[in-house]
Design a protein around this ligand. Sequence first.
Ligand code: ZN
Ligand code: ZN
Length: 302
Amino acid sequence: MIRYFFIFLIFFNYAHASDVLNITFLGTGTPRPNIEKLGPSLLIKHKNYESLIDVGRGTTLRLNQIGNDFSKINEIYLSHFHFDHTIGLPDLWLTSNLWQKKTNTFVFGPAGVKKFCNNIYEAYKLDLKYRLKEKSYSKLVCFNFDNYEDNKAKSSVNISSFKNNHGHVDNSYGFRISFQDKKIVYSGDTSVSENVLSNAKDADILIHEVIAMSDKIYEKNKKLRDVAATHTTVKQLISILKKTKPKLTILNHALLFGVSEKSVLEKIKKDYKGEVIFSYDLMSLDVGKEINIFNLGITNGK
Ligand SMILES: [Zn+2]
Ligand SMILES: [Zn+2]
């Protein structure tokens, strides 16, 4: 059963039952700057376990907005190296050090992630030197998906990666989050992908990207047609949903050009009867026996 609670909390102190997994959409946007939809990032919480999937623009601001002091976020999963999914990482890392984070942050990502992390360190090492004593800072410890299993925290939340199909991006991944008997799948940026299909089959929640544009824009704009080939169109999405039948589908990272969320939902609902909604920044889900949806934000979520 899915229940919706519409709670607007500016300052909140939110206690979670121990048998509930909490997922908060910190950002639901795309590379396009939009103050109401910051860059993609999901916060996954269970008891003292906290991790992030992707760290887009403004992740640190959203965490601050919900009263998270970054100290427990010890794992970060990066889906791919498009900047909209990673540009918030240096901000989060440096700010957590300013807040005196004691533990290192493990970053799991596609091949090349070690170099990526090292380059972030090189770019900001002077700042660390100015502000902090040599040995006292929280480091980014990075592993690629080939050898990350041994380095994950032992937790009742298991996050595993699978390759998706993001066009020109060689190494792009989606994630499967397992918690008790629940399965939540995050598609990442992808067009139709066999791995998304197999992982999302009968999922409790499928968080899937989508691209949609008006016919006029589609005809006139070759660049956008090329972009669409690396993402999932509404027609493709309907076919994916019919095959996988998730209990709840949350459309995320929506690239909409000349069309509204409402019109996209109407189109889907003509052909697919399952539950489908759009994400919004600071939408939060408690996943337990039931799935409860809250709005933790002061943005214009629904
Ligand atoms: Zn993206
Ligand atoms: Zn991408």
